[in-house]
Design a protein around this ligand. Structure first.
Ligand SMILES: [Fe+2]
Ligand SMILES: [Fe+2]
Length: 150
């Protein structure tokens, strides 16, 4: 895979993971149920783990390459003050949407790196991380369903 393209993708993922860390971190305070707080704390740890790995990869591959950081936006995603007043259902819906975007992005990156023998370790890590994102989404979907069935 072209090194410039790889660095660009890693920068995109660095932004995605930083966003996920911030998204879950910023909601913990407003959560009341201790179990749900722990779930969000655990999600933050996982997203941070993803971010740290991507940062390390960037350090490895970024030698001398100077490219503009990709503009990372998630359309329609709320932030800041709005997050404080969200209902639990809306928090879960937001989580499902963000994780969906993450799963899609991981899926594409996995496909891009699949046939490059030099990237086989990275490819495996990406697959593991995508599974983490899927698990996050499963959790949100399950708990949203529980709320909607009462
Ligand atoms: Fe992540
Ligand atoms: Fe996630």
């Amino acid at each position: 895979m072209d090194q410039k393209k790889l660095v660009y993708k890693l920068m995109e993922f660095s932004a995605l993971e930083a966003y996920q860390v911030k998204l879950y971190q910023s909601q913990i305070q407003a959560l009341e149920d201790p179990h749900i707080k722990h779930v969000y704390e655990r999600f933050v740890m996982r997203e941070q783990e993803h971010r740290d790995f991507i940062t390390k990869q960037l350090e490895n591959y970024n030698g001398g390459i100077n490219i503009a950081a990709p503009a990372f936006t998630l359309a329609g995603i709320v932030s800041g003050k709005t997050l404080d007043i969200l209902s639990l259902k809306d928090r879960y819906k937001l989580g499902i949407a963000v994780e969906q975007k993450a799963i899609q992005m991981y899926h594409e990156f996995i496909e891009m790196t699949r046939h490059d023998p030099e990237l086989s370790e990275l490819n495996k890590k990406l697959a593991y991380f995508m599974i983490d994102e899927e698990q996050h989404q499963f959790w949100f979907k399950e708990h949203l369903a529980r709320l909607e069935n009462v």
